[in-house]
Design a protein around this ligand. Sequence first.
Ligand SMILES: *Cc1c(COP(=O)(O)O)cnc(C)c1O
Length: 326
Amino acid sequence: MQIPSPVQEIQHPVFKQAEVEVFIKRDDLIHPAISGNKWRKLKYNVQAIVEKGLDGFITFGGAYSNHLAAAAYAGKLAGVDMIALVRGEIDDNQNPTLNFLKACGMHLHALTRDEYRQKANAGFLNELQGRYPKHLIIPEGGANLWGVQGCMEILSELDVQPDIVAASLGSATTFSGLVLSAKPQIELWGFPALKGGAYLRDTVNNFISEAKQSNKVPPTFDPPKWRLITDYHFGGFAKTTPAFIHFLNAFYTETGIPLDPIYTGKMMYGLLEEVKIGKIEPGSTILALHTGGLQGIKGMNQRLRKQNLQIEYEEAIAHPFPDPPH
Ligand SMILES: *Cc1c(COP(=O)(O)O)cnc(C)c1O
């Protein structure tokens, strides 16, 4: 495990020409299987299970979910029982993520897309908790206040002083942790990975209120400036275009940094565009957060093969599916 995660400067001609310095905090290198922000978000959730003497957890995700992959390994390490309610198919034995979950001993139950939509409803959750009283229910993506709390530690590890911190958003848990912990002079730029991500503003504001109520920040807390840039979703969550896949490969060739196709690739594409169109002043220092997600490349490549496309650095990534701990 690598905490603090390393920070590297990105050497890219677009940044150089615009005279902006860009660093990347490699949370993808924290752990080969509990990668990136998922390690951050699971830390206090798993700790709560152990401290409360619970049997384990129930959580949610899609069939290629970074969260489920991280939770399966983290749960196995902690020796707790793990139940995953998976959106769609669980019988596909070609799916590398599902195979990893099974190898870690996670119990999988398939939910139809309609059932899956109920997963945050109070009635559904109450019934689930009633059936499993000794399991912590962790929302999809680790999106609870313990998740936010783990992500409030990210910026405390910095020794560079950025003007802007950029991150990708799914559930907005990580970004909320950044907003709740950044120094007042830092501006936070969030790039939702899904289409229509503007609704995540409310999610961030709700987490800020919750954090105040539970004293994670003082009641007088005033957030630093933050904005969401919602244009760089490439058609929606987990959607890609050939041009985007070419971008990922070119970025890797140029910088040696592997990005994931769902989140960090879209953030980096957006950041480069924003720099190109002059939205960032020369002399600025930017810190981009590599939130991980590289385990998803193997499954994405299986799907891309049908279109004769590949993310070319799949083999260069160190063991995204290590053998589960005993
Ligand atoms: C899950 C994930 C995100 C989204 O994080 P949230 O806290 O849900 O907003 C971003 N990047 C990667 C690589 C992820 O796996």
